[in-house]
Write a protein that binds this ligand. Structure first.
Ligand SMILES: Nc1nc2c(ncn2[C@@H]2O[C@H](COP(=O)(O)OP(=O)(O)OP(=O)(O)O)[C@@H](O)[C@H]2O)c(=O)[nH]1
Ligand SMILES: Nc1ncnc2c1ncn2[C@@H]1O[C@H](COP(=O)(O)OP(=O)(O)O)[C@@H](O)[C@H]1O
Length: 233
């Protein structure tokens, strides 16, 4: 159950996991909008740190540029203090934890209520990522078929050009997916053993979403969702 802080406030802490392209970012945005959870994306947070040249950002950049995961101690040093600042908020973590060591560090700092795991077929992932374009500065994601920008090739908010990432190319993607599976399996096993794992399998985000939405509606009382929405907007 959600952690009780005082008589009026309940907090809800969730994690969303899934391979690259599984729709974590897309679903996280819907959850943030619909249920008022603060969306915390490790990728966005790293990009912010890189853009503002923090010590951790400079270090993380050297790994990301090589297509590697950022070391666990760098990730936990970055993310855990951020979570500690959010003691009064309900949140949804996207992209963290990715490894068993990160899951253990998170475990010792807070109690999770729910883990959503997206299980999407390989062919679907390849197809989606080959159509993915992003606005690099903000991390905003588009898909030329599923959610195209209003003007082709241009970010809706800033009007700046969109780019396609090298690691969304098919050869790089297969290696990334294999790596994801190896690293994520023990993390998924931990959450399964805790009884908080919910796995969703389909080729389509729009078909998965109603199930996630009703799960969250059952777990997050309406008044809490309303209060969270009011405090995040
Ligand atoms: N065709 C199609 N595309 C989708 C669907 N759901 C998401 N997408 C698109 O697929 C791409 C990947 O979705 P994201 O939400 O970025 O996935 P992610 O899991 O956050 O990906 P990473 O950032 O690589 O971890 C984006 O271009 C989405 O717009 C869907 O149901 N159908
Ligand atoms: N929890 C994490 N542990 C290690 N590295 C991470 C983590 N989250 C993000 N990263 C690094 O940041 C990069 C960008 O992350 P993200 O935007 O989630 O994109 P993707 O899921 O496509 O790899 C990752 O490829 C990885 O190098």
């Amino acid at each position: 159950m959600a952690q009780k802080l005082d008589d009026t406030k309940l907090l809800f802490r969730a994690v969303i996991m899934g391979p690259p392209g599984s729709g974590k970012g897309t679903i996280s945005e819907r959850i943030a909008r619909g249920f008022g959870l603060q969306h915390l994306s490790s990728g966005d947070f790293l990009r912010e740190n890189i853009a503002s040249n923090t010590e951790a950002g400079v270090l993380a950049k050297t790994y990301i540029e090589k297509g590697l995961l950022v070391p666990d101690h760098v990730m936990t040093r970055l993310l855990l203090p951020r979570l500690e600042e959010m003691t009064c908020h309900s949140w949804l973590l996207d992209g963290f934890p990715r490894t068993l060591a990160q899951a253990e560090a998170l475990n010792s700092s807070c109690e999770l209520d729910l883990v959503i795991s997206l299980n999407i077929p390989l062919e679907t992932l390849k197809e989606r990522l080959s159509h993915r374009w992003i606005h690099q500065a903000s991390g905003r994601v588009y898909n030329m078929c599923f959610n195209p920008p209003r003007v082709q090739g241009v970010d809706d908010i800033t009007g700046e050009p969109l780019i396609q990432q090298d690691d969304d190319k098919p050869e790089a993607l297969v290696a990334r997916l294999r790596h994801y599976k190896d690293v994520a399996k023990p993390v998924i096993d931990v959450y399964k053993a805790k009884g908080i794992l919910h796995t969703f399998s389909d080729t389509d985000t729009d078909r998965i979403w109603p199930y996630i939405s009703s799960l969250l509606s059952a777990k997050i009382p309406t008044d809490i969702a309303d209060a969270q929405r009011a405090s995040t907007h």
